[in-house]
Ligand binder design. Structure first.
Ligand code: OAD
Ligand code: ZN
Length: 242
């Protein structure tokens, strides 16, 4: 593994345009549960009830209970060495973009600035009637929070299953990946599209693609390098070398 890390660090050192894609595994060491894999939320909770637009429209109360629980949990945790290493990498590279599927805001807390939250933010809420959208950092927003402007039901500012990603953010992401020369994919099971195939856009552009995950994913065999290990241990080892 040492040799692999040295090689990856060398490629990263030489790279001019660097992308990083992260998923729930990056926040696991902060104490935020992942969705799949060991201890994953979707093992005993139904994503179609709690994380789809149909589920929200059918039972907004249950969905808000789930979100308030996650908001409370996330408000109590901190960023970890994986988030920190990614923020440091941004400092070392002029042309950099972090694309995260995480809605927890921990990358920003760790100092990342060039970050696209492609699945939205748990700290954002949006009115289902008038589309009024704003940040609200209070951990618990109550059972069915209402819009101050129009009284409509508020919803979490995240992308539910069955909804499209923000086209502006998606365009920005794809455009960057099409011309990057190094991409790291960290802590994502790579089963939710379109994020799962972002690494293939970079690979087609000729970039070196690297995966860091506790286990193999459907994309592991397409990677130039794949390291099985904890993001909070591996990422600092790579970033400190450049
Ligand atoms: P998942 O929960 O699907 O996958 C987490 C991945 O992180 C797994 O492959 C684990 O092996 C890995 N992992 C766990 N701990 C790790 C660690 N310490 N270091 C490195 N890897 C670790 O999370 P995502 O891929 O982010 O969607 O899930 C994608 C989307 O599905 C989420 O954004 C969410 C979910 O439903 C929405 O909310 C729209
Ligand atoms: Zn409203």
């Amino acid at each position: 593994m040492r040799k692999q890390i040295d090689e990856i660090a060398k490629k990263l050192q030489d790279a001019k345009k660097v992308a990083v894609l992260t998923g729930a595994g990056v926040s696991a060491e902060s104490g935020v549960p992942t969705f799949r894999g060991q201890g994953g939320l979707w093992r005993n909770k139904d994503p179609m009830k709690l994380a789809s637009i149909e589920g929200f429209l059918q039972n907004p109360k249950e969905v808000w209970e789930f979100y308030n629980w996650r908001r409370e949990l996330i408000s109590k945790v901190n960023f970890n060495p994986a988030h920190k290493a990614i923020a440091e990498l941004e400092q070392k590279k002029d042309d950099f973009l972090l694309i995260t599927q995480n809605v927890d805001g921990l990358h920003k807390l760790a100092g990342s600035k060039k970050v696209i939250e492609i699945h939205g933010s748990i700290w954002k809420v949006r009115c289902t009637e008038c589309n009024n959208e704003f940040f609200d950092k209070r951990p618990n927003l109550g059972i069915l929070p209402k819009c101050e402007k129009c009284g409509g039901l508020l919803r979490p500012g995240v992308v539910f299953f069955g909804e499209s990603l923000d086209p502006v953010l998606l365009d920005k992401t794809i455009e960057f990946l099409k011309s990057c020369d190094f991409m790291m994919v960290v802590g994502t099971s790579s089963v939710v599209q379109p994020a799962a195939s972002f690494s293939m856009v970079a690979k087609e552009a000729g970039a070196t693609v690297v995966e860091i995950n506790l286990e193999k994913t459907p994309y592991t065999s397409y990677m130039d390098y794949s390291i099985q290990g904890k993001a909070g241990e591996i990422l600092p080892l790579i970033v400190e070398r450049i």
